[in-house]
Design a protein around this ligand. Sequence first.
Ligand SMILES: Nc1ncnc2c1ncn2[C@@H]1O[C@H](COP(=O)(O)OP(=O)(O)OP(=O)(O)O)[C@@H](O)[C@H]1O
Ligand SMILES: Cc1ncc(CO)c(N)n1
Ligand SMILES: [Mg+2]
Length: 554
Amino acid sequence: MAFSATLSSSVSFNLDEWLRGASASSLRSSCSRSGRIRSSGAMKAGGAPAASERAVKAKVPHVLTVAGSDSGAGAGIQADLKACAARGVYCSTVITAVTAQNTVGVQGVDNVSEEFVAEQLESVLSDMQVDVVKTGMLPSAGIVRILSSSLNKFQVQALVVDPVMVSTSGDVLAGPSVLAVCREVLLPIADIVTPNLKEASALLGGMQLETIADMHSAAKLLHQMGSRHVLVKGGDLPGSCDAVDVFFDGERLHDLRAPRVKTRNTHGTGCTLASCIAAELAKGSPMLPAVQVAKRFVENALDYSKEISIGKGPQGPFDHFLMLNRKVHNFRKKMILDPSDLFLYAVTDSGMNGKWGRSIEDAVKAAIEGGATIIQLREKDAGTRNFLEAAKSCMEVCRSRGIPLLINDRIDIALACDADGVHVGQSDMPVRTARALLGPEKIIGVSCKTPEQAQQAYMDGADYIGSGGIYPTNTKENNLTIGLEGLKAVCLSSKLPVVAIGGIGISNAHSVMELGLPNLKGVAVVSALFDRECISTEARKLYEVLSRTASEVK
Ligand SMILES: Nc1ncnc2c1ncn2[C@@H]1O[C@H](COP(=O)(O)OP(=O)(O)OP(=O)(O)O)[C@@H](O)[C@H]1O
Ligand SMILES: Cc1ncc(CO)c(N)n1
Ligand SMILES: [Mg+2]
């Protein structure tokens, strides 16, 4: 477990390997039992596994948390699981105590018996290849001793000790006898110990900790107790407008500063921080970057969770996955595409808006007013910053009117403004990659000219197909016109709903829709709306044509 001190100070650490995302297990092969990292030359001399061996099984970075359950799920085991999942690391759990806890405080604690903690440790460690062990609430001296002997029996890469003693609500989770054993058996084998101010003070026999200078002294003293690295957390430091933690590696002190997020939702920050450190170590990170990444993760999650409200007590949990405060939850009624949304599909064009002196938002508002059922922002000329600002405003316009908004091509803009989805062309981001980036609930449309492309779109997980150009158009250069025959071929072979696009307007929309093709759900238009003086009037007329044709075809 002497792994990380040498990692952070050793120049022989293989940075390339780490940047490629190598897990601790791959680093382990270059660690001797004493934890010294050999040079990459020595690694080669030792012989890398054959490519075929490496390809057989992908080792997943693995953290084992030995901690208590928090029924409110803000801290403890639950925070650890969420933190590791958010950082892309597998997390197994040995539960030491079950607490009845919420945002008000801790109403009850039931310790798991020492024998059963031992049994859980044996189950996990005898079977699974754990990279890093992280400890949280260890409610009795006996449990600490059992953990220590398990760690003796089963070697792991690193040990992260979060010496949980008191919950944020002030309830005691581990008494003084536990502290004494922690000092005696855990700190000497810890790669890092992460006390908050109260815990650091208690470990140091009641030392007063009120300033950053006090934290420096505490970090050095805790290092002398055997932990290879020390992080004294200053979340509770009075009168500090930054959240300052002090890191000591035995040689240098680092003040790690982050702006203090103004929020009540800080329950579980300590557990999360320690789990993130463990997760980064499991991926093969050296210690200081692991701590920096973990601290940034906590800051980011707190900032993102400022507006969420869970529980009636003074300290709420936060959201590890940065999902819960999305305004989308308030407005979005349907999560996936309703094919009827494709009926009158309006695609914006920055050139046309420029020509008519309109903002994108005004153009979008007018299109919706006239009956557009879905909007796509296709702003090929806009700079990223301006596009994002416009996209955010359009999102507000569309959300408040219940109309889906898609972004053409720019997955980054779609993510940044939380759009409903994207539309991609055959040479843009592949649908599968877009899906991986956007998640399962976003809408993805793809342009297809042929039945083969339509089949592929379905297999790749697209939600709809845009097929064209149906008629010649100036909006898209060098665009092959597939005509009504091409559209027919795509619609007949497609399992996905189709919207026709390219040169369609009031004069010819009827000819497209009267084909009555299965899966053809509507038409997409650019110039017919946006290159006209009154967008809403044109949209209204087009909507009428489409409705009339639809009822004729029925
Ligand atoms: N309001 C805040 N803004 C930014 N960072 C914070 C804030 N509060 C705490 N932190 C950071 O969160 C991490 C955990 O520190 P903290 O002192 O809160 O731990 P803790 O008391 O053990 O937490 P808990 O017991 O609630 O799990 C530290 O990196 C700290 O700087
Ligand atoms: C179970 C548990 N572990 C740790 C903490 C520290 O936040 C807590 N409140 N509850
Ligand atoms: Mg804590």
